[in-house]
Design a protein around this ligand. Sequence first.
Ligand code: ACO
Length: 426
Amino acid sequence: MNSKITIIDHRTGKPYDLPVDQGAIPAIELRRVKESDDDLGLMSYDPGFKNTASCRSKITFIDGARSILRYRGYPIESLARDSNYLETAYLLIQGVLPGRDDLDGWVEQIKRHRDLPECIQQVIKAFRSDAHPMGVLISSIAALSTCYPEARRLDDTQTLEQQTYRLIGMMPTIAAYSLRHRLGLDVIAPDANLGHTGNFLRMLGQRQKSGGVAEISEKVLDVILLLHADLEQNCSANVMRCVASSLGDPHCATAAAVAALSGPRHGGANERVLEQLRKVGSKDQVPGLLKRVKAREERLMGFGHRVYRDYDPRARILKQIAEDVFAEIGSSPLLDVAKELERVALEDDFFVQRRLYPNVDFYSGIILDSIGFPANEFTVLFAIARTAGWLAQYREFLADAEQSIARPRQIYDGEDEREYIPITDR
Ligand code: ACO
């Protein structure tokens, strides 16, 4: 039900009625609150968008206080148990669970769009063997936009659908080709007989460690991809929407979103978690790390979240997967360190008061390491997974008549007008 609030501007004594819709005030209404006629009106100041809703969305629901994550209304726990990555990608993008024919058609189209154009393969080959895979990924996806100039026709739904197949289909191929190039190995072409995740592992050369892990890695990796498929208006989704707002094509937008994901405060965290756990090395070193974290000498990677102020439900699922994987392949000192770190941190006032819990990255790195992925590939896997969510966000943005170009305001805090001084006089 629509309602309103009344605020009083004590600068002028004037009251204003502002509409409240779904728990939010339309920020533009604040512009009516003016000190004088030539005043531009009140703005809201919100660095980091900590309390700003930038859109209405039907894709993903999070309740950070109650540990809830739902894609299109379906709890993440049931999707992780019963669905798979490509079906979940369909759900996120198309809004409903597919029927059998729809799912078969979807999977078939994505399979048909796995092959990389020759020029993209050349782009990948141009990188040095020590290039960070995220830089290679960003460049290759941006280059895709030059192969498909029709992708700029954003009002053509069929074209948009085709870019969706291409991006979901080609991301694993780019990742696999890039890894094999860096290892000095020949590429392995996509195999139309294999599913999304199985084909990806195949293109990597099934680099998993031996000892029964090969059989479980496809299922485990598929669940990891599913868990990372979307998380509403996070940093990279926001970038995706920003590029959509300027009507940038889906390839350019995805390249920008991958760039946003690459930082250690976002998708780059899982790589850092593993580094940190390795540095700690054993359970008896845990108190030392927590002491350094509390002294603000370093951050506890894989802990804390802007929205989750309780246990991240994805971390809970991943913790269980980690237990299952190591029950199969033998124990892991890293898992023991992680569990001890979690145990001690969750009893410590510093973490309790700030409501810092393990996030999705805390256990994912240990699992990916155990199935043979190098740490600097972790964020690439995250990007492969998140492509579904980014495209869902992008397409929802384009269909939203309330949206326009994303262009925040600022509070100018700099110098007033001043005269230019020639360099000889400075
Ligand atoms: N270790 C130690 N202290 C932390 C941590 C952490 N991981 N996270 C937050 N804090 C502390 C901050 O120092 C701050 O304390 P203060 O109020 O005394 O200054 C308080 O908790 C609030 O932290 P903010 O940084 O304001 O929280 P914000 O919502 O801006 O940041 C973020 C969230 C970036 C995820 C942060 O928790 C962090 O850096 N975590 C580590 C990196 C990480 O795991 N990122 C992955 C996030 S999930 C994802 O993108 C997949």
